[in-house]
Write a protein that binds this ligand. Sequence first.
Ligand code: ZN
Length: 309
Amino acid sequence: MENSKVSKVIAIDIGGTNIRVGLVDSLGNLEKNTKLDKPDISQVSDLILTTIKSFFNEKELQSASYFAVSTAGRVDNEKGTIKSASIGRGILPLGKDLKEEFGKEVILINDANAAAYGEYSKLKDKTQNMVYITMSTGIGGGAIVNGHLLFGAENSAVEIGHVVVKEEDYNILCNCGHPNHWEAFASGKGMPKFFKEWAKKQKINLEKDYSTAKEIFEAAKGGGQTEKKFLEKIGEYNGRGISMILAVYNPDIIVIGGSVMHHNRDEVLEPMIDNIEKHYKMPEIIVTDSGDEVCLLGAAAYAFDNLSS
Ligand SMILES: [Zn+2]
């Protein structure tokens, strides 16, 4: 520690369905946190500002040197804005709003990049080359190469869910509007639709119409043979996605997080590892121990290292 005084940040994570707000100290301890349902984009700033004022007392608020915001989509730190299809149409000026209301510095960071940085800060002694992947509502990622977090021209490098992974002639549209992306097949949101298309191709008559990935995983865990076979197929697509990551970033370690992974570790990991192309150096593959707070803690870690109090 360079500063003897432990400083704190208020971290905010805008996820697919929830918003998390927490007070984090520079040792990575989450002192106090809350979870909110995500409203319409027009109400996101107001809800966060109101929550900060009511959830933290004056002393806690004063103890925070700055705000760290993790969010899906693209961030503009100069303008203090966020643009993301998963938040809604339009621009969210949350960075600007926080700064105006509380007079503290704000740092905005893409959620997968935040998670990648947070995980890297725990692994620094072990490696300078790692990739974080989130398998959740969508699939995303962040990469640390030679100790540097990769941002890209629009702060959206390593949007790995949007690479094409098809081998058969499927034509499944991704959330982003383009066909056959990894996320369209193997994300929590994509799996139910892919399950139907896959079954059709296999000439399997489905008895059930699944609307969530959770139901498919539960059926497989309960012994459903069709669902188990489908998860083997998902393993092929995940294996191909990971192989691309190995080809491009050459990591020592891949850390995986996100709800699809957390709740179905064996069902996802095993078939995925079986399908990673063998000609690459096999990295260590681990699941994050930060759970649902991985982006919140990552944004805080990034703020501590990149903003001076
Ligand atoms: Zn896409």
